[in-house]
Design a protein around this ligand. Sequence first.
Ligand code: FAD
Length: 317
Amino acid sequence: MKVTEHFKNSDKTLFTLEVLPPLKGENLKSLFNHIDPLMEFKPPFVDVTYHREEYIYKQRENGLLEKRTTRKRPGTVGICAAIQNHYKVDTVPHLICGGFSKEETENALIDLHFLGIDNVLVLRGDCVKSEQRFMPEPGGHNYASELIEQVVRMNNGCYLDDEQAFNNGTDFCVGVAGYPEKHFESPNMKSDLRWLKKKIDLGAEYIVTQMFFDNQKYFDFVHRCREEGITVPIIPGIKPLTTKSQLTVLPSFFHIEIPCELAEAVEDCADNKAAAQVGVEWAIQQSKELMAFGVPCLHYYSMGKSESVRKVAQALF
Ligand code: FAD
């Protein structure tokens, strides 16, 4: 079922989560062990992230460096199918521009369609770690909006190598990313919202936000989106802070701010156990306020750790 249908069919706030594929070499059991404790909160769908390749340099015997490509967390499509089969819930694979030609994207979408997966979260993806800025694959897409156009064309039965439309198109519900604190590359919020509006105008049906720790940033973002004519559901992304080091890691990686009150409370913690407890309490308060605001769904970033998300969900769902 489509994500938007889940929203329409429910009159209360839904619990959903985002998981990472296991590291290469691990098996599905480690992922299921992570998801199992969260299933009692009945997520109607689970998002699975996509991780592009990284370059590593190995020194050869002659001293020269050899550039190798590796993907640490492969398997997004297979994992989505496995979760659907195992838990009988829908899945939302994240689909990125980076590392994909249009042909590879088309093949991935055909696989997803045949596997009975009805949703995709369409993203540009970040640059490869060793590169300064995002570089599209030759023959690939520069922006998420271009990838949306390809998905929408396929939904209308138009494939890359054929002029005519086929009767059997795909039927994906498309979600996209939004940034209450602005995407880090964007010169200003107005410009970022202009491109976000373009993604919606092209056919995206809902937005999932980057994590934020200050609800006011989300409320302001929703307000500005509505002013720009963006009317689709805007799903808040919530991450319970779990370690002291995340006070610096999360802002540097995700380009977000941590409010003083939360940062000071975590700094005062003797250890990570105490910090995680502060993180859980903060996420519960955030979630309660967002539920009262009437959000259709809360999207929890579990990032490989289910314990804190479980504690938050126990208090709310
Ligand atoms: P876009 O919408 O393409 O925007 C990128 C930047 O370009 C923005 O600054 C935008 O304002 C600007 N822009 C957009 N269109 C144009 C245009 N036509 N001309 C000029 N400027 C333009 N990354 C992964 O690799 N894997 C994941 O699984 C993943 N999951 C995510 C889930 C969520 C909910 C979120 C919020 C992010 C996720 N990301 C993931 C990170 C995401 O890929 C990065 O934030 C990336 O840098 C931007 O992706 P986007 O889809 O927002 O890009």
